[in-house]
Design a protein around this ligand. Structure first.
Ligand code: C5P
Length: 216
């Protein structure tokens, strides 16, 4: 079990999927759960809804790790194509502050810990969801390089983005994720902090691979 936490755009997903591929393990992209729920809440205009309504909404989301991929569904439908845009990240971060939502999504994530092993990335994987993970990484990078990376990812997906807007949106999301009362973004005390500002995803994967050799 390896956890990779950190702010948006640090390269967590690319590194986690790459490591899962190399190890033949599963990958849980926990952000996709929050994105799916944020997307549902936006579609049904339920951001201000009471906790019980949001818990019901969360029960319509499911996730299945599938090797170096994460299949997330809403009402049984594959909705991944709706979750890529930056807006989905914004909705996710708004819904992620609600305690009932986090409570409801916790067992769903923990159930993804299946053989032969799980690499997961998110904000609270090493601190709350899998505190006993054998290797915990906190991946960070400068705000500028994170915005640039996010822009490249969006462009590669055929989604339009603008660097100034992205920088502002990422900073606002970081602030919300770091200051929320429950499961705030913060390195676990036993996490290994890697700054990926000047590293490629392959170089980060190689570092984790070397450090984790005795566990894998
Ligand atoms: O990682 P990603 O950008 O897809 O996450 C979208 C949002 O979902 C984050 O900004 C955060 O608010 C929320 N999230 C979370 N806990 C996680 C993963 C994501 O609160 N483990």
């Amino acid at each position: 079990m390896v956890t990779i936490d950190g702010p948006g755009g640090a390269g967590k997903g690319t590194v986690a999927a790459g490591l899962a591929r190399r190890l033949g393990w599963h990958w849980l992209d926990s952000g996709s759960l929050y994105r799916a729920l944020g997307w549902l809440a936006a579609r049904e205009k339920l951001f201000e809804a009471p906790d019980e309504t949001l818990a019901d909404l969360a029960s319509r989301i499911n996730v299945v790790p599938a090797g170096p991929d994460t299949h997330v569904t809403a009402d049984g439908q594959d909705i991944r194509e709706w979750l890529r845009e930056e807006k989905a990240g914004e909705w996710a971060s708004q819904i992620a502050v609600r305690p009932q939502v986090r409570k409801q999504l916790l067992p769903l994530q923990q159930a993804c810990r299946i053989p032969p092993g799980l690499i997961t990335d998110g904000r609270d994987m090493g601190t709350v969801v899998f505190p006993d993970a054998v290797l915990k990484v906190y991946l960070t990078a400068s705000p500028k390089s994170r915005a640039e990376r996010r822009l490249k990812q969006l462009n590669a997906l055929g989604v339009h983005g603008n660097l100034t807007d992205l920088t502002r949106e990422i900073a606002a999301r970081d602030e919300r994720d770091r200051t929320r009362a429950l499961s705030p973004l913060s390195p676990a005390p036993d996490a290994w902090v890697i700054d990926s500002t000047h590293l490629s995803a392959e170089q980060v994967i190689e570092q984790i691979w070397e450090a984790g050799r005795c566990f894998f």
